[in-house]
Design a binder for this molecule. Structure first.
Ligand code: CDT
Length: 305
């Protein structure tokens, strides 16, 4: 059977005052731990280099742009890329991307797949941006992804990694709640999806208990893994950033929908699993054999509305 030992490198809080270099140092410690245990792929969180800055209202664009990367690898992340190449470990990294496009500055909530040779092989820009774009002074904190980022323009793709052996997909945080995210990758034969997230423990729009927030996270990744016969590696940035809580519950989910490994803390924590990639094949060849059983002629409304 084909196997890939992977790690979810959950991160504890990154405060406003923390430097990108200090976040990278923490990531390198975890990458080393994963590599020494035989992992060949490590998934880091969404916006892994900084605090989850969409919680802060900022009007000054220069202040906002401090959280963004105009190049990747950046000077701060270069040591992570070098360590990964030395250890021959691939990784997924989420960051805020600033790019010049035909004289226009564009900003995206982005993730990349980096091969074990240290080269960027795939980029994704977050499609489902949650939150709001105006200032909500009554709310305990903001969720300004719709203000600070454009909707991603690259779609949901898959890439062959590890000597063409593994069909890898990627998405970011809120995308995991949408079945369309995974079905589009499923239709391209995805075998493993890497995703990072930052999910506040409290809902600022309507009240719900924190345990229900974790339940909806697990429900989403477990159902989407099963319904597409794919592994999902979901990695949190967790804990209290400057007093604002985000849950952990990073998980490695099997194509059966079962949780193979789960983080116990809201701090830096590496969880690992030796994934059998053929496990998804029996699901994709039987119950979710798309070619045999899907009926897209009855799904038209999904793309028309
Ligand atoms: N980062 C991110 O996408 N977080 C959202 C919070 C939703 S509440 C606005 C999530 O879906 O987990």
């Amino acid at each position: 059977s084909r196997r890939l030992k992977v790690a979810a490198a959950q991160m504890g809080p990154i405060h406003l005052a923390d430097s990108k270099a200090s976040a990278v140092k923490r990531m390198m410690t975890m990458l080393r731990q994963a590599a020494d245990a035989g992992c060949r792929f490590v998934v880091f969180p969404e916006l892994a280099l900084t605090t989850f800055f969409p919680r802060w209202w900022m009007a000054d664009q220069a202040e906002i742009d401090r959280f963004f990367e105009a190049q990747m690898p950046s000077p701060e992340t270069m040591p992570l890329f070098e360590l990964a190449r030395e250890k021959k470990v691939g990784f997924y990294l989420g960051y805020a991307e600033l790019t010049e496009d035909g004289g226009r500055t564009r900003r995206f909530n982005t993730s990349i797949l980096v091969g074990p040779d240290g080269r960027i092989i795939g980029k994704y820009r977050k499609v489902h941006l949650p939150g709001h774009s105006d200032h909500l002074p009554q709310a305990p904190f903001q969720h300004l992804e719709k203000r600070y980022f454009e909707v991603g323009d690259l779609g949901f793709n898959v890439w062959r990694m590890f000597d063409e052996d593994v069909v890898m997909g990627q998405c970011i945080c809120n995308d995991r709640r949408w079945p369309e995210t995974f079905r589009v990758m499923g239709l391209q034969g995805v075998e493993m999806v890497a995703l990072g997230y930052n999910t506040p423990t409290d809902n600022i729009y309507f009240h719900e208990p924190p345990y229900r927030r974790v339940f909806h996270h697990l429900l989403s990744v477990q159902a989407n893994a099963y319904q597409n016969g794919t592994w999902i590696v979901a990695t949190a940035k967790a804990g209290k950033e400057d007093g604002f809580g985000m849950y952990g519950a990073s998980v490695i989910v099997a194509p059966t929908g079962e949780i193979a490994a789960q983080a116990m803390s809201e701090a830096d924590e590496v969880i690992m699993f030796d994934c059998d990639l053929s496990l998804g094949e029996s699901i994709r060849q039987n119950v979710f054999n798309f070619a045999r059983h899907r009926r897209p002629e009855h799904y038209r409304l999904i793309t028309e509305r």
